[in-house]
Design a binder for this molecule. Structure first.
Ligand SMILES: Cc1cc2nc3c(=O)[nH]c(=O)nc-3n(C[C@H](O)[C@H](O)[C@H](O)COP(=O)(O)OP(=O)(O)OC[C@H]3O[C@@H](n4cnc5c(N)ncnc54)[C@H](O)[C@@H]3O)c2cc1C
Length: 305
């Protein structure tokens, strides 16, 4: 593989930025992560359809990153290309009764846009960081709802197939997992929102935000919930019951506010976070017999977390 050749070819053929050795700590909400060999902003569909074959030909692996709010990137970084969608993928319009939005649109902007147009259906998403693309890949949600419930169609770019329209009803929308993940690059979605009562929409958004502020360590770098809730239980409850709230490793800490958050208190490394993940998994297994599964995605090389 030749990252250098790929870089040279990309710089002369796409409009978006191509950065070598880009620290991923700048692109994750954890503020942790070593360099990606290449960091590529795909401003247009043309950039995307040009870049992918080049990476393929040069043997450079790639991954798509939204706002990095569900990622832990290794301290040694990622020996491949991080692709980020740019300008052309941030549009949002109402078309044929659907709210059609680009995958790079920040979810908070989408929620605000829906509210200002008097649409109901996304209130639950208030306060979830990240992009629409990340939300679709993860089937982001809360107890009140999830993105899969409002998807009419998704437009993706599937390597080898090109642009592909996927109907929401044909996608497996599981808890914090969707059948779209790993299939290609999500470009946009048409969302089935309905006209609602602005006062009621606003009240629900405010309630969700208030809940979040009282139950989560807002303001400290994290990637949200580290583990998915096991069936019928809550990971946070199990971790707290194992007496791990507040446990520290280096700059990382099991949040005293919400035990399923591991926060970066300053200077934490990916190794610190993974160390805590191991401690938590072992302690919960020993105490409750439950094998916790991570919700967060890992990028780069990790010994099994
Ligand atoms: C404080 C905090 C609170 C959170 N609360 C919640 C919550 O309540 N509910 C919840 O569900 N999540 C929550 N999260 C997790 C996270 O915000 C969501 O999973 C979010 O949807 C991820 O979006 P992102 O753009 O940051 O995706 P990233 O973290 O960048 O990526 C996540 C996954 O999506 C894939 N992906 C991203 N964009 C695309 C694309 N265009 N095409 C294909 N694949 C793509 C990535 O490859 C990766 O596998 C929280 C995180 C934080 C930091």
């Amino acid at each position: 593989m030749s990252v250098l050749d790929a870089r040279q070819r990309l710089v002369s053929s796409i409009t978006g930025e191509v950065r070598p050795s880009e620290p991923m700590a700048r692109h994750t909400t954890y503020r942790i992560g070593g360099p990606a060999a290449l960091f590529i902003v795909l401003e247009t569909l043309h950039d995307l359809t040009t870049a992918l074959p080049i990476l393929e030909e040069e043997g450079v692996p790639w991954t798509v990153v939204g706002k990095g709010s569900d990622f832990l990137v290794a301290d040694e970084g990622y020996d491949g290309a991080v692709l980020v969608l740019g300008r052309e993928f941030k549009r949002h319009v109402v078309e044929d009764g659907f709210l059609r939005a680009g995958a790079a649109l920040v979810l908070a902007h989408l929620v605000q846009d829906a509210f200002s147009r008097g649409f109901s259906g996304l209130e639950w998403a208030v306060g979830i960081p990240g992009t629409l693309g990340g939300a679709l890949a993860m089937n982001a949600g809360t107890r009140e709802g999830c993105i899969g419930q409002v998807v009419d169609t998704v437009t993706m770019y599937v390597p080898g197939q090109g642009l592909t329209l996927v109907h929401g009803r044909d996608v497996a929308w599981d808890y914090r997992r969707s059948g779209l993940a790993g299939r290609g690059i999500i470009l946009e979605a048409a969302l089935n929102v309905s006209e609602g009562e602005p006062v009621r929409i606003r009240a629900q958004m405010e309630r969700s935000l208030k809940d979040r502020k009282t139950t989560q360590p807002i303001g400290q770098p994290s990637a949200g919930s580290v583990f998915v809730n096991p069936p019928g239980d809550s990971a946070g409850r199990l971790i707290e019951a194992a007496g791990l709230k507040g446990t520290r490793m280096g700059g990382a800490r099991v949040s005293p506010v919400h035990a399923n958050f591991i926060v970066n208190e300053g200077g934490a490394t990916a190794r610190d976070v993974v160390g805590l993940i191991r401690i938590v998994k072992d302690a919960v297994r020993d105490r409750s017999g439950v094998e916790l599964q991570p919700e967060i995605r890992f990028l780069g090389h990790f010994e099994e977390a």
